[in-house]
Design a protein around this ligand. Structure first.
Ligand code: PLP
Length: 403
């Protein structure tokens, strides 16, 4: 390119980034978008030609490559092809979409459900369809970026309460005009910390202050509750959440997002949410895969039992080694390193010993809270987890994170 931009703020921002990336790449500390070459049985992956234990997977129940799910996807391709005819409202709704939405509604103990092309798009469109100028949204400080973006896009007054702090939430609710429409929104399981939202208190506060309640179940479906249906089952609070949002890209090995709610609310979204009206539906294979996955979760309860055992072993092992894992109670396990470069170095040590973990640094988490964000799944073998703990422990000692 001949044209050179002048040294404006955009140029400087890009330059600063380029310098940081060059430094990380030249010091073997760059772990962004690492390509996985192959998915192997037993939660293993091939990366850089080496077989590694996978501790960065969202496939909590180990459903990726499940024969029944793969077969459903292949059958859908044979029946419908690989794409739709465009947006849902014109010619893009297939029977498999309606089936999937019925399956989700039933799995989530709701009257109805609607799907979108991603979880990110779901949060954007749902929050901004529901809320507008003059309304109030109350969002946990650690909520997923897609929720934050949805709140900002809505144009509503945006209030953030301290993480899982119900007293602070109540103060903010009290300070809003009593006649304003209010929406309280939070992750069920927090994606970087693995802790669970205090749903019982939140439900009570929403009732008291006449607020709508929306919960993002990206990390609770297949994980929380006795049968894995999510946070309402976990707290035995069925029917208390107005809008249950989720993704089809984590426990469910597909892609897409959904909302489960009352028939009225879902009908409203089907006619008013722009990501539904102006964007194509899920490809048939992905819709069929998702549909089959919800059934597999209920048919194979041993997966959730294994997940719970493995989670206990992994968190207990890390704590015994002296690591700070914050308040996690789930398969998402933060291994605190504090400084960005320590998190990168931990990643390097672990990967050199064939344990695939990834670092999370600011701005994804607060300054000084850099970490490995490790996950454990139903597909890990306890002896493999033991080996991973040894590797993480050795790395932590070498880098002075634990004694
Ligand atoms: C991953 C995630 C999303 C986005 O889902 P996609 O389907 O990947 O777009 C939304 N919310 C939370 C809490 C997530 O972890």
């Amino acid at each position: 390119m001949d044209f050179q931009h002048t040294n404006d703020s955009v140029t400087r921002r890009i330059q600063a980034f380029t310098e940081r990336l060059t430094y990380l790449r030249s010091n073997d500390l760059y772990y962004y978008n690492q390509p996985v070459q192959e998915i192997l049985p037993g939660m293993k992956v091939r990366v850089n030609g080496r077989e590694m234990g996978m501790y960065a997977s969202y496939s909590y129940l180990g459903l990726v490559n499940h024969p029944r799910i793969n077969a459903a996807a292949k059958a859908a391709v044979d029946k419908f092809g690989t794409g739709t005819h465009g947006v849902r409202t014109l010619a893009g709704t297939l029977t498999i979409h309606s089936e999937l939405e019925e399956t989700i509604a039933s799995f989530k103990h709701s009257e109805a459900a609607i799907t979108y092309s991603s979880g990110y798009a779901t949060n954007l469109t749902v929050v901004s369809t529901l809320m507008g100028r003059g309304d109030y949204v109350f969002s946990d400080k650690l909520n997923h970026a897609s929720i934050v973006d949805g709140c900002l896009m809505s144009g509503a007054e945006f209030r953030r309460f301290k993480h899982n702090d119900m007293e602070h939430l109540e103060t903010l609710l009290k300070n809003a005009p009593s006649d304003a429409a209010k929406l309280v929104i939070a992750d069920s399981v927090f994606s970087m910390d693995g802790d669970i939202i205090d749903l019982p208190t939140m439900v009570a506060l929403c009732k008291k202050h006449n607020a709508w309640l929306m919960i993002d179940e990206a990390h609770s479906v297949g994980v929380l509750g006795k049968t894995g249906t999510g946070i309402e089952e976990h707290f035995d609070l069925y029917g208390q959440i107005d809008i249950k949002m989720g993704t089809l890209s984590k426990t469910i090995p597909s892609v897409g997002g959904y909302v489960a709610a009352s028939r009225e609310i879902i009908d409203y979204f089907r006619h008013a949410s722009r990501a539904y009206i102006f964007s194509a539906a899920l490809p048939p294979a992905q819709a069929a895969a998702a549909n089959e996955s919800f059934k597999v979760i209920l048919d194979e309860p041993w997966r959730l039992e294994r997940l719970n055992e493995n989670t206990k072993q992994f968190i207990g092992g890390l704590k015994a080694l002296g690591f700070d894992t914050l308040f996690t109670e789930t398969a998402i396990v933060p291994v605190l390193c504090r400084e960005d470069d320590l998190a990168f170095a931990m990643t390097r040590e672990c990967q050199h010993n064939d344990v695939f973990v990834l670092p999370v640094v600011s701005p994804a988490v607060g300054e000084g809270l850099a970490r490995l964000r490790a996950t454990v799944t139903a597909a890990h073998d306890p002896s493999e987890i033991e080996r991973a703990l040894d590797v993480i422990g050795e790395a932590g000692k070498k880098l002075g994170i634990v004694k």
